[in-house]
Structure formats: structure tokens, C-alpha cells
Design a protein around this ligand. Structure first.
Ligand code: EPU
Length: 420
């Protein structure tokens, strides 16, 4: 277990750069399965999920390595001999391994993988992936531990998702790239990371219309028609939000360079409601505040609503804000587990089903807490920096799955953090 120590800090001042997004890069890496040859991704975050995906792709026949240490550029060499059976150990550690489904069905007509790991937010079903792909002719065999899918000829279909699931949109779109005819995905996810994957596929030769909207139209092209390309990973709006939330809680004046205000409109609107000054700059977003936050009510929704991944950060802001706010989680029923950890720091939060009622307190106090997942872990770091005394955060390895140098980036703008 990796642990870090946070000392009360602030105000934060300076400039922090936003790295590429975990939830984009992992899927962009998988797209290397479509074409033999050398693919390049730039703006790649140095996070452990990228390492795990590199091992998984290596087991399937794509060699993945950084161009040079610190280059943030990945070179993915597809040997042309791609396997369709993913070894259980590699799949087990990473939720995004479910994203092998669409590309492997498109390229090989077969895939076998154990049920993916990743964060445990209660039940995370894949029924929409299965329904969408079944409409395209795929047959599935599954039990509690593994999933096998086959198709002779993928055919275009009209797929209406019950809910704009990120993973289901990506898998159906990826399968449709080599399906016969046109596939339409209605009620598709519109997240910037989904659009980033669609853009990469188009750069490789796929035909996709409606990128960034909730209706995607994909016209299938024959197998072998896609070619390798070089693509820059979209910046991470959740990491950007983390530096903004830290500034909001600790006070200060920080430019988050590389944050795209168009990708985080609702989050920025909530910051303004809480009393933070937010200004778009030429190359990012500047946030500043010199008084206590006011609380807000928030509910998580699919993009462009407030993302569930922002929620632990928002609850942390509400925990030290003036007033009583309600957070409603509409996506993952089990995603309130970090509340118990925040309470150890003196936060006053009651949960009831999908809701958390947060009574803002003036001061948090240092304690030992444990990170249950990536986003909650980052929020506990922010809370620890606001707490009197010292806070130890264990389970920091969860945070490192998705954050590129959180400690270094926060320290550079004035946070006092150390590894123990
Ligand atoms: N859902 C179903 N059936 C399905 C698919 C999804 O019921 O077939 C439900 C899920 O259980 C969940 C909701 O729909 O309640 C949203 O799931 P979605 O498919 O949109 O999410 P995902 O693709 O599994 C991605 C990110 C998550 C992020 C969500 C929502 C990756 C690898 N993961 O997950 O990121 O929370 O979208 O935006 O892209 C994180 O980065 O910490 C993280 C958990």
C-alpha cells in the first residue's frame, strides 16, 4: 500500500498543467488493434492504468512503449498477428479492458475475456454493450467470471441505448467501424473522451458522423482499410477539476493550463455558484478565491451534466463550505464510500440512498484515511490539505491509476505533501 502525508496548506498560487485523460488514452491504445504498423499517441499521462493496458495489449500482439522517458509519447507496434483471447491476469486489473470487445469483434470476429476489474462502485453491468452488439449479429456466452463473443459478419444496425453509457457507445461504435452498412447509435454518450476516440478512428480511415452529439452514424469500411496515425490525447477534465477544487478549498489564484472550459461548463458553473472567480484564459482556466466557499446542491448526470467523477471533489468542497448542500448521485449506487473517510476528518455528511446531505464545517482535522478509488483518493488529498495538522492517505496506488504526478503538480503550486 502506498501512503502519503498531507499538511495543512494554502493559499495555492501559480500555474499547473493538465495531462492527457485516462478515460481517453486507454481506449485510444486499444484502437491500435485495427491496423498493423506503428501508431503514436502524444500527451499520454504517466499513470499505472496505461502500464496495465500496455501489458494487456502486449499479450494480444501489440508492443507498447514510451518513445523516451518523460516524452509522454507512446509508440504502439501492431505485429499484424492479433490474438482475440485476453489473459485473465491482465484483464482483471483494468475496467477499460471491456473496451476490447468492439475492436476485437470488428477485427477478429471473436473475443474472450474475463470480467473486467477497476473501481468497485457496486454493480457495473454491461447489458447495454451486449444488447447493442447483439443487434449487429454478435452472439454471447457469459458466466459470472468470463465473457465470450462471436460474429461471422457484423451488420449495421439501429441501436438505441437505454442510457448514454460511455463504454456501450464506444464498443458499438468500434464494432460498427467494420460492419456491413450503416450503424446509427441514438442516445449516445457525448463525453469529450468518446469524441476523442471517434476522431482518432476517423483519422485512421473510419467513417463516423455526428461526433460529439447523441446520434452517431458509422458507415462500415472493410477490414484492413484502417491505417496507423499519430494523435494527441484530449486533456483530462477531471484532473483539471482536481486542481480547481484544491484552489477553491485552500484559497489562492491558480491558472489550470490546458483546461478546456467547453468540456467542463457545468462544473465551472458550480464553482462560480460557490463563490470562486473563474476566468477563461488563452490557454486554460484561471480560478481564484479569497473567502470561504458557499455551498450548492448538485446532481451527477451524463455529459454535459456534472460528471460522477467530479463528485468526491464537490462533496469535499461542500464539506468546508458555508451552509447545507445536497449531492445526488444518479449513476453509481455504491459511490459514496469515501464519505466515511471524509467524516474521519470531521466532515458532517449524512447519506441516504442516492443522496448525501453535507453540512459545511469551518475546519477539518487531520486523521488517517484510506482511498477507496481514484477520484475519491484525490478528493481525500484535497481534504487532507485543508485539515488542521497531518492527514495520512493510504491506498494512494488507486490515485496513481489515473493521476499523472498529483503530488508534484500540487506541490508546485504550494501544497505540502510527502510520500511515506
Ligand atoms: N450501465 C449499465 N449497463 C451497461 C453499461 C452501463 O447499467 O451496459 C450503467 C453503469 O452501471 C453506470 C452507468 O450506466 O451506473 C454509467 O456507465 P458508463 O457505461 O457510462 O460508464 P463506464 O464506461 O463504465 C466510464 C469511465 C468512468 C466514469 C463513467 C461515467 C472509463 C474507463 N471509465 O465508465 O470513469 O465514471 O464512464 O462517466 O472510461 C474513473 O475514471 O474514475 C471512472 C470510474
Amino acid at each position: 500500500m502506498s501512503r502519503i502525508l498531507a499538511h495543512r496548506s494554502g493559499p495555492l498560487v501559480g500555474v499547473v498543467d493538465v495531462p492527457g485523460a485516462k478515460n481517453s488514452v486507454l481506449k485510444l491504445m486499444v484502437a491500435s488493434l485495427y491496423a498493423s504498423g506503428e501508431h503514436r499517441l502524444t500527451n499520454v499521462p504517466e499513470i499505472s492504468d496505461v502500464d496495465a493496458m500496455a501489458v494487456l495489449l502486449g499479450s494480444l500482439g501489440v508492443d507498447v512503449r514510451f518513445a523516451a522517458p518523460g516524452s509522454h509519447e507512446l509508440v504502439l507496434s501492431n505485429s499484424g498477428q492479433v490474438a482475440s483471447v485476453a489473459p485473465p491476469d491482465e484483464v482483471g486489473s483494468i475496467r477499460a479492458s471491456i473496451n476490447l470487445l468492439g475492436p476485437l469483434l470488428a477485427c477478429r470476429g471473436h473475443v474472450r475475456l474475463d470480467m473486467p476489474g477497476g473501481d468497485d462502485f457496486g454493480s457495473r453491468p454491461i447489458d447495454m454493450h451486449v444488447a447493442g452488439l447483439s443487434a449487429m449479429g454478435v452472439s454471447f456466452e457469459a458466466d459470472a467470471t468470463h465473457l465470450e463473443a462471436r460474429v461471422d459478419r457484423l451488420r449495421g444496425a439501429d441501436v438505441v441505448l437505454d442510457y448514454p453509457s460511455v463504454g456501450a457507445t464506444e464498443n458499438v461504435m468500434c464494432a460498427a467501424v467494420h460492419a456491413e452498412g450503416t450503424t446509427t447509435i441514438r442516445h449516445a454518450a457525448r463525453e469529450p473522451e468518446v469524441a476523442d476516440l471517434a476522431c482518432l478512428l476517423v483519422e485512421m480511415g473510419a467513417r463516423i458522423d455526428g461526433i460529439g452529439t447523441d446520434v452517431l452514424r458509422i458507415e462500415g469500411v472493410p477490414r484492413g482499410a484502417l491505417i496507423p496515425t499519430t494523435h494527441a490525447v484530449v486533456n483530462d477534465r477531471i484532473q483539471a477539476a482536481t486542481y480547481m477544487a484544491a484552489t477553491a478549498v485552500l484559497g489562492g489564484d491558480v491558472v489550470v493550463r490546458g483546461a478546456d472550459p467547453d468540456h467542463m461548463r457545468m462544473f465551472l458553473r458550480k464553482l462560480v455558484e460557490m463563490g470562486v472567480d473563474v476566468e477563461a484564459t488563452v490557454d486554460g482556466v484561471r480560478v481564484s478565491i479569497d473567502r470561504r466557499l458557499s455551498t450548492v446542491d448538485v446532481q451527477t448526470l451524463p455529459y454535459p451534466g456534472v460528471a460522477t467523477d467530479y463528485k468526491p471533489l464537490m462533496v469535499t468542497m461542500m464539506a468546508v463550505a458555508d451552509g447545507v448542500g445536497v449531492m445526488t448521485e444518479n449513476l453509481y449506487p455504491g459511490r459514496f464510500r469515501y464519505v466515511e473517510e471524509l467524516s474521519k476528518l470531521g466532515a458532517d455528511i449524512r447519506t441516504d440512498g442516492h443522496h448525501a446531505v453535507v453540512h459545511g464545517v469551518e475546519r477539518l482535522r487531520g486523521a488517517a484515511v484510506a482511498a477507496p478509488d481514484i477520484r475519491a483518493g484525490a478528493a481525500l488529498v484535497v481534504a487532507g490539505l485543508a485539515a488542521e495538522g497531518r492527514t495520512t492517505i493510504s491506498g494512494f496506488e488507486h490515485v496513481e491509476r489515473g493521476y499523472d504526478d498529483l503530488i508534484g503538480r500540487l506541490s508546485a503550486i504550494g501544497a505540502r505533501l510527502e510520500r511515506v
